[in-house]
Ligand binder design. Structure first.
Ligand code: ATP
Length: 270
Protein backbone atom coordinates (compact mmCIF):
# COMPACT_ATOMS: atom_id res chain seq x y z
CA UNK A 1 0.00 0.00 0.00
CA UNK A 2 1.35 3.47 -0.87
CA UNK A 3 1.69 6.16 1.76
CA UNK A 4 -1.49 8.26 2.01
CA UNK A 5 -1.31 11.96 1.15
CA UNK A 6 -3.38 12.89 4.19
CA UNK A 7 -4.17 10.80 7.22
CA UNK A 8 -6.01 11.04 10.52
CA UNK A 9 -4.84 8.56 13.14
CA UNK A 10 -7.18 7.82 16.03
CA UNK A 11 -8.29 11.43 16.03
CA UNK A 12 -10.75 12.89 18.50
CA UNK A 13 -12.10 16.41 18.43
CA UNK A 14 -14.62 18.18 20.62
CA UNK A 15 -16.07 21.64 20.97
CA UNK A 16 -16.72 22.71 24.57
CA UNK A 17 -20.36 21.57 24.31
CA UNK A 18 -19.87 18.25 22.56
CA UNK A 19 -17.43 15.65 21.30
CA UNK A 20 -17.73 15.60 17.49
CA UNK A 21 -15.10 13.08 16.32
CA UNK A 22 -13.93 10.09 18.33
CA UNK A 23 -11.08 7.68 17.69
CA UNK A 24 -11.36 8.29 13.96
CA UNK A 25 -9.03 6.95 11.26
CA UNK A 26 -8.87 8.24 7.69
CA UNK A 27 -6.46 7.70 4.81
CA UNK A 28 -6.65 9.73 1.62
CA UNK A 29 -4.66 7.89 -1.04
CA UNK A 30 -3.18 9.29 -4.24
CA UNK A 31 -5.76 9.49 -7.04
CA UNK A 32 -8.81 8.93 -4.83
CA UNK A 33 -12.00 10.96 -5.10
CA UNK A 34 -13.36 10.33 -1.68
CA UNK A 35 -16.93 11.36 -0.85
CA UNK A 36 -17.61 12.23 2.79
CA UNK A 37 -21.29 12.17 3.64
CA UNK A 38 -23.24 12.39 6.87
CA UNK A 39 -26.06 14.19 8.63
CA UNK A 40 -26.00 17.91 9.38
CA UNK A 41 -23.76 18.56 12.34
CA UNK A 42 -22.03 15.17 12.14
CA UNK A 43 -18.60 16.83 11.87
CA UNK A 44 -17.67 16.76 8.15
CA UNK A 45 -16.49 20.36 7.98
CA UNK A 46 -14.62 19.91 11.25
CA UNK A 47 -12.80 16.92 9.74
CA UNK A 48 -11.70 18.95 6.68
CA UNK A 49 -10.44 21.73 8.93
CA UNK A 50 -8.39 19.25 10.96
CA UNK A 51 -6.68 18.03 7.77
CA UNK A 52 -5.25 21.49 7.02
CA UNK A 53 -4.58 22.51 10.61
CA UNK A 54 -7.38 25.06 11.00
CA UNK A 55 -8.32 23.00 14.05
CA UNK A 56 -6.13 20.70 16.13
CA UNK A 57 -7.25 17.32 17.41
CA UNK A 58 -7.79 16.80 21.12
CA UNK A 59 -6.29 13.31 20.68
CA UNK A 60 -4.58 11.43 17.87
CA UNK A 61 -2.46 12.71 14.99
CA UNK A 62 -2.80 14.48 11.65
CA UNK A 63 -0.27 13.21 9.12
CA UNK A 64 0.23 15.10 5.86
CA UNK A 65 2.62 14.03 3.10
CA UNK A 66 4.28 11.58 5.46
CA UNK A 67 4.88 13.87 8.43
CA UNK A 68 2.96 14.27 11.68
CA UNK A 69 1.84 17.91 11.83
CA UNK A 70 1.27 19.60 15.16
CA UNK A 71 2.17 23.25 14.89
CA UNK A 72 0.98 26.17 12.75
CA UNK A 73 4.43 26.25 11.10
CA UNK A 74 4.16 22.57 10.23
CA UNK A 75 0.84 23.15 8.47
CA UNK A 76 2.00 26.07 6.30
CA UNK A 77 3.57 23.88 3.60
CA UNK A 78 0.51 21.62 3.74
CA UNK A 79 -1.78 24.54 2.86
CA UNK A 80 0.29 25.25 -0.25
CA UNK A 81 -0.29 21.71 -1.47
CA UNK A 82 -3.88 21.24 -0.30
CA UNK A 83 -6.65 23.54 -1.53
CA UNK A 84 -9.69 23.90 0.74
CA UNK A 85 -13.02 25.08 -0.65
CA UNK A 86 -14.84 26.47 2.39
CA UNK A 87 -18.49 25.64 2.94
CA UNK A 88 -19.27 29.34 3.21
CA UNK A 89 -18.00 31.43 0.27
CA UNK A 90 -17.75 34.45 2.55
CA UNK A 91 -14.95 32.63 4.38
CA UNK A 92 -13.09 32.28 1.06
CA UNK A 93 -13.58 35.61 -0.69
CA UNK A 94 -12.27 38.80 0.85
CA UNK A 95 -11.00 41.01 -2.00
CA UNK A 96 -13.03 43.79 -3.63
CA UNK A 97 -13.01 42.23 -7.11
CA UNK A 98 -13.10 38.72 -8.48
CA UNK A 99 -9.74 38.95 -10.26
CA UNK A 100 -8.02 40.09 -7.04
CA UNK A 101 -9.51 37.17 -5.14
CA UNK A 102 -8.51 34.57 -7.72
CA UNK A 103 -5.03 36.06 -8.27
CA UNK A 104 -4.35 36.30 -4.51
CA UNK A 105 -3.20 32.68 -4.14
CA UNK A 106 -0.93 32.63 -7.20
CA UNK A 107 0.63 35.95 -6.05
CA UNK A 108 1.29 34.39 -2.64
CA UNK A 109 2.97 31.47 -4.35
CA UNK A 110 5.47 33.92 -5.83
CA UNK A 111 4.10 34.61 -9.30
CA UNK A 112 4.50 38.12 -10.71
CA UNK A 113 1.31 40.26 -10.85
CA UNK A 114 1.09 39.70 -14.63
CA UNK A 115 1.54 35.94 -14.27
CA UNK A 116 -0.95 35.76 -11.39
CA UNK A 117 -3.50 37.70 -13.42
CA UNK A 118 -3.00 35.37 -16.40
CA UNK A 119 -3.48 32.27 -14.21
CA UNK A 120 -6.56 33.83 -12.61
CA UNK A 121 -8.13 34.68 -15.97
CA UNK A 122 -7.37 31.23 -17.31
CA UNK A 123 -8.97 29.61 -14.25
CA UNK A 124 -12.07 31.80 -14.46
CA UNK A 125 -12.45 30.91 -18.16
CA UNK A 126 -12.06 27.21 -17.36
CA UNK A 127 -15.04 27.47 -14.99
CA UNK A 128 -17.15 29.38 -17.52
CA UNK A 129 -16.62 32.67 -15.67
CA UNK A 130 -15.30 34.73 -18.58
CA UNK A 131 -16.17 38.36 -18.03
CA UNK A 132 -16.25 38.05 -14.22
CA UNK A 133 -12.76 39.44 -13.57
CA UNK A 134 -13.88 42.98 -12.78
CA UNK A 135 -17.07 42.04 -10.91
CA UNK A 136 -17.48 43.21 -7.30
CA UNK A 137 -17.11 40.07 -5.22
CA UNK A 138 -19.62 40.84 -2.48
CA UNK A 139 -22.34 41.57 -5.04
CA UNK A 140 -22.13 38.14 -6.67
CA UNK A 141 -25.01 35.71 -6.26
CA UNK A 142 -24.58 32.68 -3.98
CA UNK A 143 -23.94 30.34 -6.92
CA UNK A 144 -21.49 32.76 -8.53
CA UNK A 145 -19.62 33.09 -5.24
CA UNK A 146 -19.41 29.28 -5.07
CA UNK A 147 -17.76 29.10 -8.51
CA UNK A 148 -15.42 32.02 -7.86
CA UNK A 149 -14.42 30.39 -4.57
CA UNK A 150 -13.55 27.24 -6.46
CA UNK A 151 -11.54 29.35 -8.92
CA UNK A 152 -9.49 30.76 -6.02
CA UNK A 153 -8.65 27.19 -4.99
CA UNK A 154 -7.91 25.82 -8.47
CA UNK A 155 -5.76 28.82 -9.43
CA UNK A 156 -3.19 27.61 -6.90
CA UNK A 157 -2.94 24.23 -8.65
CA UNK A 158 -2.92 22.27 -5.39
CA UNK A 159 -2.11 18.56 -5.37
CA UNK A 160 -5.10 17.76 -3.18
CA UNK A 161 -8.56 19.29 -3.18
CA UNK A 162 -10.76 19.36 -0.08
CA UNK A 163 -14.17 20.55 -1.21
CA UNK A 164 -16.88 21.39 1.29
CA UNK A 165 -20.20 21.05 -0.54
CA UNK A 166 -18.92 22.20 -3.95
CA UNK A 167 -22.31 22.02 -5.68
CA UNK A 168 -24.46 23.67 -3.01
CA UNK A 169 -26.44 26.63 -4.31
CA UNK A 170 -25.86 25.84 -7.98
CA UNK A 171 -28.63 25.48 -10.55
CA UNK A 172 -28.88 22.11 -12.23
CA UNK A 173 -27.08 23.00 -15.47
CA UNK A 174 -24.22 24.69 -13.58
CA UNK A 175 -24.04 21.77 -11.18
CA UNK A 176 -23.69 19.32 -14.05
CA UNK A 177 -21.00 21.43 -15.72
CA UNK A 178 -19.11 21.65 -12.46
CA UNK A 179 -19.26 17.89 -11.92
CA UNK A 180 -17.99 17.37 -15.51
CA UNK A 181 -15.17 19.74 -14.73
CA UNK A 182 -14.27 18.11 -11.41
CA UNK A 183 -14.30 14.71 -13.12
CA UNK A 184 -11.63 15.94 -15.54
CA UNK A 185 -9.30 17.26 -12.84
CA UNK A 186 -6.22 15.19 -12.08
CA UNK A 187 -6.10 16.02 -8.37
CA UNK A 188 -6.75 13.67 -5.49
CA UNK A 189 -9.88 14.95 -3.78
CA UNK A 190 -12.02 14.59 -0.72
CA UNK A 191 -15.42 16.21 -1.01
CA UNK A 192 -18.17 16.72 1.52
CA UNK A 193 -21.63 16.65 0.03
CA UNK A 194 -25.33 15.91 0.37
CA UNK A 195 -25.61 15.68 -3.45
CA UNK A 196 -26.33 12.19 -4.73
CA UNK A 197 -25.39 13.06 -8.30
CA UNK A 198 -21.97 14.34 -7.30
CA UNK A 199 -21.30 11.15 -5.35
CA UNK A 200 -22.57 8.88 -8.10
CA UNK A 201 -20.57 10.49 -10.85
CA UNK A 202 -17.37 11.29 -9.03
CA UNK A 203 -16.66 9.19 -5.97
CA UNK A 204 -14.20 6.33 -6.04
CA UNK A 205 -14.96 5.67 -2.36
CA UNK A 206 -17.70 6.78 0.01
CA UNK A 207 -17.44 7.30 3.77
CA UNK A 208 -20.30 8.22 6.07
CA UNK A 209 -19.53 10.13 9.25
CA UNK A 210 -21.86 9.01 12.00
CA UNK A 211 -21.58 9.39 15.75
CA UNK A 212 -18.00 10.59 15.43
CA UNK A 213 -16.71 7.71 13.32
CA UNK A 214 -16.34 6.89 9.62
CA UNK A 215 -18.17 4.02 8.00
CA UNK A 216 -17.32 2.81 4.50
CA UNK A 217 -20.32 2.60 2.20
CA UNK A 218 -20.16 -0.09 -0.44
CA UNK A 219 -22.13 1.11 -3.44
CA UNK A 220 -21.14 -1.09 -6.38
CA UNK A 221 -24.53 -0.69 -8.05
CA UNK A 222 -24.37 3.09 -7.64
CA UNK A 223 -27.88 3.18 -6.26
CA UNK A 224 -29.31 6.15 -4.34
CA UNK A 225 -27.72 6.49 -0.92
CA UNK A 226 -29.74 7.16 2.21
CA UNK A 227 -29.42 10.76 3.33
CA UNK A 228 -28.37 12.26 -0.01
CA UNK A 229 -30.49 14.55 -2.20
CA UNK A 230 -31.50 13.38 -5.62
CA UNK A 231 -30.57 16.42 -7.68
CA UNK A 232 -29.33 16.80 -11.21
CA UNK A 233 -29.92 14.79 -14.35
CA UNK A 234 -29.01 11.21 -14.90
CA UNK A 235 -29.03 10.06 -11.30
CA UNK A 236 -29.74 6.38 -10.93
CA UNK A 237 -33.27 6.37 -9.65
CA UNK A 238 -35.12 3.45 -11.17
CA UNK A 239 -38.05 3.84 -8.78
CA UNK A 240 -38.87 7.29 -10.18
CA UNK A 241 -38.32 6.22 -13.78
CA UNK A 242 -40.50 3.11 -13.62
CA UNK A 243 -43.73 3.80 -15.49
CA UNK A 244 -46.83 3.65 -13.30
CA UNK A 245 -49.75 1.93 -14.99
CA UNK A 246 -53.38 3.01 -14.71
CA UNK A 247 -54.27 -0.43 -13.33
CA UNK A 248 -51.64 -0.04 -10.62
CA UNK A 249 -53.05 3.33 -9.57
CA UNK A 250 -56.60 1.93 -9.52
CA UNK A 251 -55.43 -1.00 -7.35
CA UNK A 252 -53.60 1.34 -5.00
CA UNK A 253 -56.61 3.65 -4.71
CA UNK A 254 -58.83 0.64 -3.98
CA UNK A 255 -56.54 -0.60 -1.24
CA UNK A 256 -55.73 2.88 0.04
CA UNK A 257 -51.98 2.13 -0.32
CA UNK A 258 -49.25 2.88 -2.74
CA UNK A 259 -47.65 5.57 -4.79
CA UNK A 260 -49.73 8.57 -3.71
CA UNK A 261 -50.90 11.72 -5.53
CA UNK A 262 -47.64 12.42 -7.32
CA UNK A 263 -47.62 9.05 -9.09
CA UNK A 264 -51.26 9.55 -10.04
CA UNK A 265 -50.53 12.94 -11.58
CA UNK A 266 -47.56 11.48 -13.50
CA UNK A 267 -49.74 8.71 -14.95
CA UNK A 268 -52.53 11.09 -15.94
CA UNK A 269 -50.03 13.52 -17.44
CA UNK A 270 -51.19 16.22 -14.99
N1 ATP B 1 -16.97 26.83 16.57
C1 ATP B 1 -17.84 25.95 17.06
N2 ATP B 1 -18.17 25.97 18.37
C2 ATP B 1 -19.03 25.09 18.88
N3 ATP B 1 -19.64 24.13 18.18
C3 ATP B 1 -19.35 24.06 16.87
C4 ATP B 1 -18.45 24.97 16.24
N4 ATP B 1 -18.35 24.65 14.93
C5 ATP B 1 -19.15 23.60 14.75
N5 ATP B 1 -19.75 23.24 15.91
C6 ATP B 1 -20.67 22.11 16.11
O1 ATP B 1 -19.97 20.92 15.81
C7 ATP B 1 -20.81 20.00 15.12
C8 ATP B 1 -20.16 19.60 13.80
O2 ATP B 1 -20.17 20.72 12.95
P1 ATP B 1 -19.70 20.61 11.43
O3 ATP B 1 -19.86 21.96 10.83
O4 ATP B 1 -18.36 19.97 11.39
O5 ATP B 1 -20.80 19.60 10.85
P2 ATP B 1 -21.13 19.18 9.34
O6 ATP B 1 -21.20 17.69 9.32
O7 ATP B 1 -20.16 19.82 8.40
O8 ATP B 1 -22.59 19.79 9.16
P3 ATP B 1 -23.40 20.31 7.85
O9 ATP B 1 -23.71 19.10 7.00
O10 ATP B 1 -24.63 20.90 8.47
O11 ATP B 1 -22.56 21.32 7.17
C9 ATP B 1 -22.16 20.70 14.98
O12 ATP B 1 -22.98 20.25 16.02
C10 ATP B 1 -21.83 22.16 15.14
O13 ATP B 1 -22.92 22.88 15.69
Amino acid sequence: MTEPLLELRRVAFGYPERLVLRDLDLRLEVGERLALIGANGSGKTTLLHLLVGLKRPTAGAVVAFGDVRETEAAFLPVRRRVGLLFQDADDQLFCPTVIEDVAFGPLNLGLSPAQARAVAEETLAMLGLDGYAGRITHRLSGGEKRLVSLATVLAMHPEVLLLDEPTSGLDEATEQRLIDHLADLPQTMLFVTHDQDLVTRLATRILRLKEGRLHEIANPSRMPIKGLHLVGRGHPCPELRRPVTTAQIRDERDTGEGAGPRAASVASGG
